[in-house]
Design a protein around this ligand. Sequence first.
Ligand SMILES: NC(=O)c1ccc[n+]([C@@H]2O[C@H](COP(=O)([O-])OP(=O)(O)OC[C@H]3O[C@@H](n4cnc5c(N)ncnc54)[C@H](OP(=O)(O)O)[C@@H]3O)[C@@H](O)[C@H]2O)c1
Length: 360
Amino acid sequence: MRRVVQVSTGNVGRHALRALIGRPDLELVGVHASGPDKIGRDAGELCGLDRPVGIAATGDVEALIDLAPDCVVYTALAETRPMEAIEQLSRFLRAGINVVGTSLVWMAAPRYAEDWVREPLAAACTAGDSSLYINGIDPGYSGDTLVHTAASLVTRIGSITVQEIFDYGNYDDAEFTGASMGFGTEESAELPPLFLPGVVESLWGPQVRALAANLGVTLDEIRQRTERWFTPDPIGCTMMAVAPGQMAAVRFATEGVLDGRVVITLEHVNRLTAAAAPEWDFPPDGHVGVHRVVIEGEPRVEMNTHLSHPVFDPTDAGCISTAARVVNAIDWVCDAPAGLVAVEDVPQSALMRGLLWAEV
Ligand SMILES: NC(=O)c1ccc[n+]([C@@H]2O[C@H](COP(=O)([O-])OP(=O)(O)OC[C@H]3O[C@@H](n4cnc5c(N)ncnc54)[C@H](OP(=O)(O)O)[C@@H]3O)[C@@H](O)[C@H]2O)c1
């Protein structure tokens, strides 16, 4: 039984909590929340269960370290506060506590992450003899496991295209996803953070480099492209209300170039409702979203992943899977040698968990 602390109760965090609670192989021993309105409240209530589980949320990191858990699941928003998140993660790691997480998405391919984020975390693992594993769906699954699976079916690869095509209309995250992508902004406004030079490449570039290394090729160049779509009509959705002339869809990609040809593309097409950007790609068969890889080669392979749930909407289904990518790795990461864990290190069969264990 692994003793686990959950850090954050946001979109991904509350589904990580639901994954942890009631699992026979994991024991939830603590929960961190930063919002004053959440501190002192029961973890069951914070993740929408109709029963308490006897663990109250705290804002005291030291008290959670004193619990000496085997692992922390870190899903606190980190991209807007990276140095603070690195310090918080490092405190757990230096104390000998393993961490799995979905935050600091630069670290989804840790061996190719930039020094400023990789080095302090690697040093904290060494100091504490602990391990850190960061993953998710995208970055994560679609640019690693999905590609590895598809590429294993192909004898000669011409190009790899990974896409997240997803309607973010139901995503209740105007503060981070909305603001960083610039939904609801006008063309004349300052560029949103994601569209600043180098940002897309910084976030998805490590996965492109990892794929090139897996293929044994040295890319000439890694570059980014970005496009915004401004709506002529008003659009209303959970994320926000978008007025005519404001941005309601984004398309951006990180590309790996070899011999003057784009051979690896990691692309996002994100829109607020199906009314946005009608000329851009849509998920197949009326789905709200797809995580997809297309390999042009011998043979051509296309693998489409659609997530859904009988109760939650597809955005929540994506958050459940994001949480699953790391919660399911807890057992393996706890036994791993100290250091940064890459997806290539973890046997995929080790990530299979449970046969309808959950009582939620
Ligand atoms: N790779 C992927 O596929 C993928 C997919 C989705 C998300 N993510 C990443 O996972 C992380 C969580 O995403 P999300 O959608 O769950 O984000 P979110 O709902 O916007 O925020 C998560 C939580 O972070 C905590 N938080 C916010 N500011 C904080 C601060 N200053 N200090 C400490 N905690 C703070 C809050 O939880 P409390 O109030 O409970 O503390 C908040 O609810 C992000 O870093 C995101 O980029 C990755």
